[in-house]
Design a protein around this ligand. Structure first.
Ligand code: TYD
Length: 167
């Protein structure tokens, strides 16, 4: 049975030019990439993403971090990987949340740091379990942006919706 997982390459990963390295490391899992895009992260999206941490003292800082305010890179790369044991495989490769506790060869152990303000800049986000993965993937992607049918979706007709198309 396949599993899906949301991966974010956070603004510190982009600023340090680590995108290629991180994708190479993730390719060791032999999982399939089923969605990928660059995202400009709104405050609302960041707060929704980290909703479980809203009472933590570091909440405001990690919202700024995900939005790119700390790295002058106002974007993240969002990907969905799919395959057997996808969450465990990607979390093992990412390493512990605290980069100093992460195994030194893991992505966070290799590239993460703790700021002087005490925030873990750990380069990537990886969903923690299947229900979080579903919640996060539905938050970051629409059904049309994922090349396989991961979750139930429906067709609707929306009239008078303003959107940009090619001129
Ligand atoms: P969390 O969801 O607990 O960890 P993970 O990203 O490994 O699933 O935390 C979200 C982010 O918040 C984490 O990637 C880095 C930051 N963070 C801190 O800065 N300090 C902390 O003590 C914790 C627990 C997290």
């Amino acid at each position: 049975m396949g599993q899906s997982v949301l991966i974010l390459i956070k603004p510190d990963g982009l600023k340090k030019s680590l995108t290629g390295n991180i994708l190479s490391r993730l390719s060791e899992t032999k999982l399939e990439i089923v969605a990928a895009k660059m995202v400009r992260v709104s405050k609302e999206l960041a707060e929704e993403h980290y909703q479980q941490l809203k009472d933590k003292p570091f909440f405001a800082e990690i919202i700024k971090y995900l939005q790119g305010d700390l790295h002058d890179r106002k974007k993240v790369m969002a990907l969905v990987y799919w395959g057997a044991e996808a969450i465990k495989k990607c979390r093992d490769l990412a390493g512990s949340t605290n980069p100093e506790e992460a195994e030194s060869t893991s992505i966070r152990g290799s590239y993460g740091r703790i700021t002087t303000g005490g925030i873990y800049e750990n380069v990537v986000h990886v969903s923690s379990n299947p229900s979080e993965a579903e919640r996060e993937i539905k938050l970051w992607f629409t059904p049309d942006e994922i090349i396989v049918d991961l979750y139930a979706a429906k067709d609707i007709i929306q009239k008078e919706i303003k959107k940009k198309v090619w001129a």
